[in-house]
Ligand binder design. Structure first.
Ligand SMILES: *Cc1c(COP(=O)(O)O)cnc(C)c1O
Length: 444
């Protein structure tokens, strides 16, 4: 929670500071799981309330006119460093600020922002970085709405794009970045790893090295942003591997209960200030109630993700031995993967950049749509719904649902076949889930 401000007798603002944060004890730096219970919130500032209240207000009262002016100097960028206190709820609020403080901790980010959805986070990031004539270089495929936003929406405003496949080698990334750099100003390099539904991992370290080499003689290097929704923050922390900005749909694992929609962006103070200015202008911040729910979610983030990850490892190890199963596309298998060819390169990225395989995977059944539908319709625990990262197990059919409108040729190229089922494993009992899948496979 931000410091409150008041004026002393000289009219100079003083900050009523919350109690100093305890983030280390006896030289031991406290872990994110510990800090999620209290970081950024001092009960003494809210009547001793153990949990932060939901601050339902559209605006905040200034202690005096000079303080109001000073706040606006911060908000409008007249004075660097942003607002020193709370001004108006389109800019920020106590619940959102606590959430932002805690979000940043997971990846050791300097600063973070909360948004009304993953897509409003991504759209605000793009709007804050690009202008007509610029190029966005991105890995492919991307979340469908992100691809639409880049190609169709930003395209209308004269913004160009170039892409490379998610699993690209350093040489392939170099080639695309050289081409982009030769064609004009590259405003942003935008990645998504793993790609959905191919599961291909992007080599963030190679992208960063390529960016640094290709733009070595330019005044400014384009920042690297990455959508970390599928593996973050537990199993992948791209800021440590060369990314500058990390984007989240908090709707998924971070929210984790399939009961809210929100987004987040993490990065350096400098990058976040640029993005915050756009969010202040267009109002894509999340509401206080959603922020409060996310604070509750973050308290169990590590518990939920660990359990879901363990469940997925157990379920996938079982699934791949079943006679009705053609193949299981589960990232965790890369840990034991070969070191040869494209698969070996993916295993190498996995070992360098990931600490777990997540709990969302692709199940290719023997057969086609009819077999996939019979399997889905026979599930009793897993619910038939799109989305992922919740406490409950979900299953869907990409070819017939999320990717229905994708052209057949591109579907084939992305491996979105009629026998593909996408599964997001939750925190149920793993053996109960295996019983459910066994029953559904038998029904094929
Ligand atoms: C869901 C999702 C988004 C969009 O997030 P919303 O919260 O639905 O707006 C973006 N990227 C990825 C990888 C997603 O899974």
């Amino acid at each position: 929670m931000p410091d409150q401000t008041e004026a002393d007798m000289t009219g100079v603002e003083q900050r009523i500071s919350p109690k100093p944060e305890v983030d280390a004890i006896g030289g031991r730096t406290l872990k994110p799981a510990t800090l999620m219970m209290g970081h950024g919130y001092d009960p003494a500032l809210s009547e001793g309330s153990l949990k932060p209240p939901v601050f339902l207000t559209s605006t905040f009262v200034f202690p005096n006119a000079a303080a109001g002016k000073r706040h606006f100097e911060g908000v409008t960028g007249k004075r660097p460093g942003g607002a020193e206190g709370l001004v108006y709820s389109r800019f920020n609020g106590p619940n959102q600020e606590i959430l932002e403080d805690r979000l940043g901790i997971w990846e050791g980010a300097e600063d973070a922002l909360a948004f009304s959805s993953g897509m409003s986070a991504i759209a605000t990031l793009f709007l804050s970085m690009v202008k007509p004539g610029d190029t966005i270089v991105h890995s492919g495929p991307l979340y469908a709405a992100t691809e639409t936003l880049i190609a169709r929406v930003l395209g209308k405003f004269g913004i160009n794009w170039l892409d490379f496949p998610a699993g690209a080698t350093r040489e392939e990334i170099d080639a695309v970045l050289h081409k982009a750099a030769a064609s004009g100003n590259v405003a942003l390099i935008y990645l998504e790893s793993p790609a959905n539904p191919t599961n291909a991992l992007v080599d963030v370290e190679a992208v960063a090295a390529s960016r640094d080499a290709v733009f070595a003689n330019h005044d400014a290097k384009p920042p690297i942003a990455i959508d970390n929704t599928f593996l973050g923050p537990l199993w992948s922390q791209p800021l440590k591997h060369g990314a500058d900005i990390v984007v989240y749909s908090l709707t998924k694992y971070a929210g984790g209960h399939s009961d809210l929609v929100a987004g987040g962006v993490l990065g350096s103070k400098e990058q976040i200030n640029t993005i915050r200015a756009m969010r202040n202008t267009i109002g894509t911040i999340c509401d206080p109630n959603t922020a409060w729910m996310l604070l509750r979610s973050l308290e169990t983030l590590e518990l939920r993700m660990s359990r879901a990850g363990e469940n997925a490892a157990k379920v996938c190890a079982w699934l791949r031995d079943q006679p009705q199963v053609e193949r299981v596309g589960y990232l965790g298998f890369l840990a034991e993967g070969s070191t040869e060819g494209p698969e070996g390169r993916q295993a190498d990225i996995y070992r360098r950049n990931c600490t777990g395989g997540g709990s969302t995977f692709s199940l290719y059944l023997k057969g086609g749509e009819a077999e996939a539908f019979r399997f889905l319709d026979a599930l009793k625990i897993a619910k038939l719904a799109v989305s992922l990262g919740g406490t409950e197990t979900l299953a869907s059919h990409p070819a017939g649902m999320t990717h229905l409108s994708v052209a057949d040729e591109r579907k084939q190229a992305l491996g979105i076949t009629d026998n593909l089922v996408r599964i997001s494993i939750g925190v149920e009992d793993a053996d109960d889930l295996i019983a459910d899948f066994a029953n559904a496979l038998a029904a094929i």
